[in-house]
Ligand binder design. Structure first.
Ligand code: SF4
Ligand code: SF4
Length: 384
């Protein structure tokens, strides 16, 4: 068996999951399966999963509709927001088209204001997310918003969301998180067993697979296979090891990962929303109050829209140690003020406390900065 040839094919199948998901979504709609669209990691997916709905990520990752979006929104807005709005406006995203309701949260200012316009052509519900994780008032607000969302979904789809079904959904989502974590933690191996691009393909692709049990099985089998082949000697060459943090990446922003890996280093871990930020912490299955358990998990997400935001530092610090990082790259999407402002504290932490090099890069959804990305990555990696 040609081991090197077969694993890349499996990774590529994950990369194709978004496109294949269009047909899967259509099939689900033909069977009248409710579909809930989300834009953010804060959305408690367990609630729609509890009554058998499909959940799909609508965060758009290409520049295809940005021009259309700019007819309504300011040009100097984060590309993720413009692209997401543009796909909704132009109906070019089948996932958006098939979503019966879109659930957003009051995260960053641009996103929450964009939802007001999105609501003109789609059923949108916005959850009120507190600005801080540190207060009881914030926790109580978020818990009440989760309970409110349950009511909104029950009314919209004429269903009853039972507590026992939420428990089952919590277990299922946790099993998915464990499978993905088990896969991406292979990045701790030194020398690495897989590239950052391969890890990203699985993380990104699995968000577009609707059958969670299948996804768990596939990801577990893949991880087992990668580990086995590693033991048999299938290893990558030792190179500097990078942890990526910052804004969500995937789709066109894979260009950053490519620029790192084509210029002499490997991405061994992703701290951002496509990676550990969403997956690292499980929902407590032993908590008697399912809403407390959900509020606790989701409110602890270390997003820069929180102030203060110690959980990002905690997770990043752990990852730097566990993945033996030689450097950290902080990816900032253009005009993302919260992540841009936070670069200073992340730089201080990485340089000062962890004593390894740090670089932040600002990018958008165009291809115009690829030359510049390559130049900056080469200089950074040479320094490691
Ligand atoms: S970075 Fe923050 S706002 Fe963006 S998807 Fe993640 S949690 Fe949501
Ligand atoms: S990348 Fe930044 S500006 Fe864009 S949606 Fe996320 S938090 Fe908001």
């Amino acid at each position: 068996m040609d081991l090197r040839k077969e694993l890349p094919q499996i990774f590529d199948e994950f990369a194709e999951a978004r496109r294949n998901g269009f047909i899967a979504a259509k099939n689900l709609k033909e069977k009248n399966v409710p579909m809930v669209g989300t834009f953010c990691t804060y959305m408690p997916q367990e609630l729609p999963l509890a009554f058998g709905a499909a959940v799909v990520s609508l965060c758009a990752t290409s520049d295809e509709t940005i021009q259309e979006a700019e007819a309504d929104l300011p040009k100097n807005l984060c590309p993720l927001i413009k692209s997401s709005y543009g796909f909704g406006k132009t109906d070019k995203c089948p996932f958006f088209y098939f979503s019966d309701i879109v659930v957003g949260e009051t995260t960053c200012d641009g996103k929450k204001k964009m939802y007001e316009y999105l609501g003109e052509f789609k059923d949108v519900h916005v959850m009120e997310l507190p600005n801080s994780q540190a207060t009881k008032e914030g926790f109580d607000l978020w818990k009440s918003e989760i309970i409110k969302l349950k009511g909104i979904l029950e009314k919209k789809f004429d269903v009853e969301i039972k507590e026992e079904d939420i428990r089952k959904a919590i277990k299922l989502k946790n099993d998915e998180r464990k499978a993905l974590k088990n896969m991406y933690e292979i990045g701790k191996l030194n020398p690495p067993a897989m590239t950052g691009m391969d890890i990203l393909k699985v993380l990104y692709g699995s968000t577009f697979k609707f059958d969670k049990n299948d996804t768990i099985k596939e990801v577990n089998e893949l991880a087992q296979r990668v580990k086995k082949e590693y033991e048999q000697g299938r290893r990558l060459d030792p190179k500097p090891r990078i942890v990526v943090t910052g804004c969500p990446i995937g789709g066109v922003t894979e260009k950053v990962v490519k620029a790192i890996e084509e210029n002499g280093a490997y991405v061994v871990a992703f701290e951002n929303c496509m990676g550990a930020k969403a997956i690292d912490k499980l929902v407590d299955e032993t908590n008697e109050d399912v809403y407390d358990a959900l509020a606790e998990k989701y409110l602890s997400i270390g997003c820069s829209c929180m102030t203060p935001n110690p959980n990002r530092i905690d997770l990043l610090g752990r990852m730097i140690d566990e993945y033996q990082a030689d450097g950290v790259i902080d990816v900032i999407l253009q005009a993302c003020h919260t992540y841009a402002v936070e670069t200073l504290s992340i730089k201080r932490f990485v340089n000062g406390e962890k004593e390894i090099p740090y670089m932040s890069i600002e990018t958008d959804y165009s291809q115009s900065d690829i030359g510049q990305l390559n130049t900056r990555m080469t200089a950074f990696i040479e320094m490691l």
